[in-house]
Design a protein around this ligand. Structure first.
Ligand code: SME
Length: 161
């Protein structure tokens, strides 16, 4: 139904441009948060290379609760401040972790994960969710990935209010 071609062949700068375009089209006119998070997870999984987990945790009171994702079954509840996701949710700051084994309190949902990027989804100044990306490659994510996913988080923010 949605055919976005082969974005994964593009250089990183163009990949995130096209991914933002595709994400905008995908959520256009749809207000159901679960449906939008599910489709955004699938889009990321299809086009962003070298991931072993990609998806959402939603902030519910003092916890993050697992949302739609692609990858292996994962930890369901993460206290705010715990692990990489909890650090992103508590601080409202993107967490770029080149080596998860060096991150104090990292929560290993999939033993294959070696690096991680977590981007907060912010609505009206508050974190409502995080986008979590795990890779089996050490140092998989850089500042360009962080900026690219910040754009996706802004698109998600419009449909997760
Ligand atoms: N590694 C994360 C937990 C979530 S899983 O990676 C899907 C963390 O430390 O918060």
């Amino acid at each position: 139904m949605y055919d976005f071609g082969s974005l994964s062949d593009l250089p990183k700068s163009e990949l995130y441009e096209e991914l933002a375009r595709a994400a905008t089209a995908l959520v256009d006119g749809e207000t159901d948060a679960v449906a939008n998070m599910a489709n955004l997870s699938a889009l990321i999984w299809q086009f962003v290379p070298d991931l072993n987990w990609a998806g959402f945790y939603r902030r519910i009171e003092d916890e993050l609760v697992l949302g739609p994702f692609m990858g292996k079954p994962a930890c369901i509840r993460i206290p705010l401040g715990a692990g990489v996701c909890g650090a992103a949710a508590a601080s409202g700051e993107t967490q770029l972790v080149p080596d998860v084994h060096a991150f104090p309190g990292h929560i290993a949902c999939d033993a294959a994960s070696r690096s991680e990027l977590v981007v907060p989804v912010i609505v009206e100044g508050g974190v409502v969710a995080v986008i979590d990306l795990d890779s089996p490659l050490p140092g998989r994510f850089d500042e360009e990935d962080a900026q690219g996913f910040a754009r996706l988080a802004a698109i998600a923010a419009n449909v997760l209010a």
